[in-house]
Design a protein around this ligand. Structure first.
Ligand SMILES: Cc1cc2nc3c(=O)[nH]c(=O)nc-3n(C[C@H](O)[C@H](O)[C@H](O)COP(=O)(O)OP(=O)(O)OC[C@H]3O[C@@H](n4cnc5c(N)ncnc54)[C@H](O)[C@@H]3O)c2cc1C
Length: 490
């Protein structure tokens, strides 16, 4: 390393931004922190639910990153990373990335930026193309995955609500748009918020609300379900979610692998092999995720992509990928990455949705037609931020001491996840709240329930809702690096 070490963070979402803020706080002027991201704004994705129901405007969930990074001394490039050159070019041996500027005077130009350490935090590519007819751009369905998508979703929802007011019964379908899609929590939360909005307007008799999902049972949530403790009782998420759906008049269709969408019609195959269709007037379906498609390039221009990425384009880290070949009951928390470090290039890390998990958390299934019924493992905001924070601390210590000690735990098998499914908006909403520990179940350690029920707790009530509402303001405060931001937990 000549001079100050250079750390590039690719992506400025929940995980990338957490890495950058914590690195600059810990290293101050001891390193050069460079963030490359195509979106000039930070967005607090969890509040997209409330944009999609008209309770918030997009501008309430995002803010421009450049002023924050300028204040902190972080070098920001509004650009899209195209390739990683982990060994640099022949004779030079100086690793770098190439990126294309997407805004400002340099828009359309390519750049080459050198690094000593690299953190990949690109999140997912929203892979609508995997299902013909899916998505808001080239397809027939809406999405709430970005603030732009959620704004459009509310415009479309308003149209069906207007029709209901005129006495026309409407079919609303929300759920997972592919047998391998994840983010069940967001789909579930949107379903209940839409149902609550319709109920508030006294239109529930005019709406047929359906939840369609690749989960084998309701309440699986992509994490094999969970037993949660509340007031001394232990309930399964299956019971909690189904009782909320009964209360809000939502019908659910599990074991459904969506494979095509036409205007007004969803095609899906069930676990039993039935080829079915579902009609809709409004459909919000979460797409499958993949990596964003950055390539790896060797010193002589060789294709190194497979040294860095799995075929699903997510980054290879220190997970036990061989474990995927074992039967489901032999999978364990030990399979999950502890350092989030690429095994070939120890100066490269991946956090949040960008790293390739070793396998699903839910038991994998396929339909008789060979379609997946396997929710991908959710890497929600909290574990993404915890992994990112731990990685930043590990890197900062490495740079300060010259030794990689990896003291900070970044494995999803050793951290908790909190999930708050809000229903409604404002002071009068409710929420289903749950905290699970560990995120990845471990039946060897916790043979009864797979998780530690002392810390796997949940309840339905107003407190969780207020917490989620407060979280919106508190986490935006933190992301803006306002005073004492670092005291706010991940
Ligand atoms: C509607 C919705 C509601 C949700 N609600 C919750 C919730 O209540 N609680 C919770 O914990 N989680 C929730 N989640 C999940 C949470 O939003 C994600 O887990 C989290 O955003 C993942 O963070 P990330 O940093 O990995 O990815 P992202 O937040 O997607 O960030 C990725 C970043 O990488 C950038 N990028 C992409 N491609 C490139 C490239 N080629 N070069 C450079 N940069 C690139 C993007 O612009 C972005 O800045 C929700 C998700 C959705 C969709």
């Amino acid at each position: 390393m000549n001079g100050k070490p250079k750390i590039i963070i690719i992506g400025a979402g929940i995980s990338g931004h957490t890495v950058s803020l914590n690195l600059i706080r810990k290293l101050k002027r001891k390193a050069e922190i460079i963030v490359i991201s195509p979106n000039g704004n930070y967005q607090w994705v969890p509040s997209n639910i409330w944009i999609g129901t008209g309770h918030m405007k997009a501008k309430q969930v995002y803010f421009p990153l450049k002023p924050v990074y300028d204040k902190l001394g972080i070098d920001f490039h509004q650009a899209k990373v195209i390739s990683i050159h982990p060994e640099g070019d022949t004779g030079e041996n100086n690793p770098y990335v190439t990126a294309e500027y997407v805004a400002g005077e340099k828009s359309g130009q390519n750049t080459k930026i050198y690094y000593d350490f690299l953190v990949n935090a690109t999140g997912p590519k929203l892979n609508f193309e995997a299902v013909p007819g899916l998505g808001p751009d080239a397809g027939n369905t809406v999405s709430i995955c970005t603030y732009g998508h959620a704004t459009h979703a509310y415009e479309e929802l308003s149209k069906v609500i207007e029709k209901m007011k005129k006495g026309q019964r409407q079919k609303i379908v929300i759920g997972l748009g592919h047998g391998g899609a994840t983010c069940q929590g967001a789909a579930l939360e949107y379903t209940l918020n839409v149902a609550s909005l319709i109920k508030k307007q006294g239109l529930e008799d005019m709406a047929d609300i359906r939840y369609i999902t690749n989960e084998m049972f309701i309440g699986d949530l992509g994490m094999g379900g969970a037993y949660v403790k509340n007031s001394g009782y232990i309930a399964h998420t299956r019971n909690i979610v189904s009782s909320l759906f009964y209360e809000y008049g939502v019908k659910w269709y599990t074991q459904s692998s969506v494979y095509k969408v036409e205007s007004g019609k969803i095609y899906y195959e069930t676990y039993q092999g039935e080829a079915l269709t579902m009609d809709y007037d409004f459909a919000m379906l979460i797409p499958p995720f993949s990596g964003v498609g950055i390539t790896g390039v060797g010193p002589n221009g060789e294709n190194y992509t497979d040294k860095l990425f799995k075929p699903n384009k997510l980054m290879i880290v220190d997970a036990n990928y061989e474990s995927a070949k074992k039967p489901y009951h032999e999978w364990s928390g030990e399979d999950w990455p502890k350092k989030l470090q690429n095994p070939t290039y120890p100066n490269i890390f991946a956090v949040g949705i960008a790293f390739a998990p070793p396998h699903s958390i839910s038991k994998p299934h396929t339909t008789p037609g060979g379609r997946p019924l396997t929710p991908a493992p959710p890497r929600t905001g909290m574990p993404s931020a915890v992994m990112a924070h731990a990685t930043a601390l590990n890197l900062a210590e490495w740079i300060k001491t010259g030794n990689p000690t990896f003291k900070h735990k970044a494995s999803m098998a050793e951290i908790a996840s909190v999930c708050v499914v809000s229903i409604g908006y404002g002071l009068r909403g409710v929420a289903g709240s749950m905290s699970v520990f560990p995120t990845i179940p471990d039946f060897k350690k916790y043979p009864d329930f797979g998780r530690d029920v002392r810390y796997t707790i949940g309840e339905v009530g107003t407190a969780g809702h207020w917490f989620k509402w407060l979280m919106h303001y508190v986490f935006l405060w933190k992301a803006k690096a306002k005073p004492f931001w670092w005291m706010i937990p991940d």
